[in-house]
Ligand binder design. Structure first.
Ligand code: XMP
Length: 528
């Protein structure tokens, strides 16, 4: 594997992505990880990421003790990127200066001049100039023994260094970002030609490795349970486990009464007909809606839903124990790699200032005291990789490309008391019309997430010469990469006109439709 030490750059995940696109498995660990832990991975290459710090600031992160000696002894090539290169220079006895203090650093697009070298051999890079993406305040002004400068910026700054004898390389710019024109080629050259790796990482291999790992972990007797949400991650995770251990996997799909129009039937049909998964559908809608009656505080609603879900899940596990005579020992979770990375923040991250915005509840949010051992077949994968495995396992495309849907369901899309009047019914109907219209206009895959929201207010309207006093439906559609930030989707007037008239004409007790034009931040994607 390629082990990437994370020093807090916003681009660290991109380095992982680029390696994987080059068919090489890579994983991110915090920059201060113990050498013993790194050695356990038997890294074939180590990459030091960029980071927001200056090596001169007190408490700035350092490389793990003994890392460079280990890499030299074991012939593990090292690539330092930006802050990573500066760490390499400083740790090995060179000088890093705050030379730009007066001028304010080098940021953005820059053209650099490369020299014939191991990093930039003339036969691969006949042109000596490259456009790269730079972002730094400090610079290396004296190199450690044995290192040569192999590229310079127009200001004369050293932007690439190498010591091929010991296999250490450094780039002051970011080869992982799209704007660096030859970035991927540079990484390919480093990983393939310089480090001698071959590309073997493919979803087929991942799948086959997971099958073996799950079989070895679960053995031939034990039983496994899994909560399916109707989303891609839990469905793909369960499908892999099912292929590995067959019907010793027991899945549960909870109808919490907060699902979309015909969601239960549609999802169960996909599970049964296409994925052949053994799924029990538990109808807990009455229990949930009784619990939510009269509650209108967003956080209170979220907490109540999360807690009740756990109780329902525990009941399922107990019942299963009676039925199959085995206490299930393992729990499948659809945890993805970004969740894993996010739960091990890089050194120097100030967690004190991160505020909780909402209590997210999903099926992956089951508490540890449920006392199961976890099986997480997707914990090394990004979402698009999960979709690729899903396609390999013949999960229908329409299912794989579904927009995300929150664990608390429509409860966070009905402001206030969910059980009030016919809010759920009205919202389901409006939401279905909205989604179908988006599909009809061919926009579904362009939009990251779209849904309708029920507002607990009434406005005056006129329908069929009659004065009406009916509900308002808000529509939301956003583009996003990971849901952390989002922008509203710019529908054209024709679409908005059509969807508004369809909703007002077809959904009883709605006489007004509004479109949400708020990005995140300041809004969140959901309304509660
Ligand atoms: P917000 O509203 O926080 O949503 O901007 C970001 C993304 O997360 C989804 N979301 C949730 N997903 N459990 C989930 O599984 C939750 O409690 C939850 N709350 C929000 C939301 O739909 C969007 O995709």
């Amino acid at each position: 594997a390629v082990v990437i030490l994370d020093y807090g750059s916003q681009y660290t995940q991109l380095i992982t992505r680029r390696c994987r696109e080059l068919l090489i498995f890579s994983e991110v660990v915090p920059g201060d990880t113990d050498l013993a832990r790194i050695a356990k991975e038997s890294p074939r290459v180590v990459i030091l990421s960029g980071g927001p710090n200056s090596v001169h600031v007190a408490g700035a992160p350092k490389v793990p003790d003994g890392l460079f000696d280990y890499c030299r002894e074991h012939n593990v090539p090292v690539l330092g990127i930006c802050y990573g290169m500066q760490l390499m220079v400083q740790t090995l006895g060179g000088t890093v200066s705050c030379a730009f203090e007066a001028e304010g650093g080098e940021y953005g697009r820059t053209t650099i001049a490369t020299k014939n070298s191991r990093l930039f051999p003339l036969e691969t890079w006949p042109a000596a100039e490259q456009t790269v993406w730079m972002s730094h305040g400090d610079e290396a002004t004296a190199l450690p023994d044995g290192f040569t400068a192999v590229a310079h910026s127009p200001k004369g700054t050293i932007v690439a260094i190498e010591n091929p004898k010991i296999g250490f390389y450094g780039l002051q710019y970011h080869p992982e970002v799209m704007h660096t024109e030859k970035g991927t080629e540079t990484l390919r050259h480093f990983l393939y030609a310089i480090s001698g790796l071959t590309g073997t990482w493919s979803m087929k291999n991942v799948y086959e490795e997971q099958l073996k790992a799950i079989q070895a972990k679960v053995g031939t007797e034990d039983h496994v349970i899994c909560a399916l949400s109707g989303g891609v991650d839990s469905a793909v995770a369960a499908t892999i486990v099912h292929k590995a251990i067959g019907d010793r996997l027991h899945c549960v799909f909870v109808d919490n009464g907060l699902l979309r129009y015909k969601e239960q039937e549609r999802v169960m049909a996909t599970f049964n007909e296409h994925l052949h998964l053994p799924v029990t559908c538990v109808d807990a809608s009455e229990r949930m809606l009784t619990r939510l009656k009269g509650m209108d505080d967003p956080e209170g609603k979220r907490k109540a839903i999360g807690e009740l879900f756990i109780r329902i899940f525990e009941d399922f596990a107990k019942k299963l124990e009676v039925e199959v005579g085995h206490k299930p020992k393992f729990l499948v979770q659809g945890t993805l790699y970004p969740d894993v990375i996010e739960s091990c923040p890089p050194p120097g991250t100030d967690l004190k200032h991160s505020h909780k915005i909402k209590s997210h509840h999903n099926v992956g949010g089951l508490p540890e005291d449920l006392q199961f051992e976890l099986i997480e077949p997707l914990r090394w994968l990004f979402k698009d990789e999960v979709r690729k495995i899903g396609a390999l396992l013949e999960v229908p495309r329409a299912f794989l490309s579904r927009h995300p849907f929150p664990g608390p369901g429509l409860a966070v899309r009905i402001l206030g008391d969910v059980t009030e009047g016919n809010a759920l019914e009205v919202l389901r109907h409006a939401d279905e019309i909205y989604t179908n219209t988006i599909r009809e206009f061919g926009l579904y895959d362009e939009i990251w997430q779209a849904f309708a929201v029920f507002l607990p207010v009434k406005s005056v309207g006129v329908q069929g010469d009659q004065r009406t006093h009916s509900h308002v439906i808000a529509l939301r559609a956003v583009t996003s990469g990971d849901g952390m930030t989002a922008d509203w989707y710019p529908f054209d007037g024709k679409f908005l006109k059509e969807v508004s008239s369809r909703i007002c004409n077809k959904v009883k007790s709605v006489n007004r439709v509004v479109y949400d034009i708020t990005s995140k931040p300041p809004g969140t994607i959901e309304w509660e």
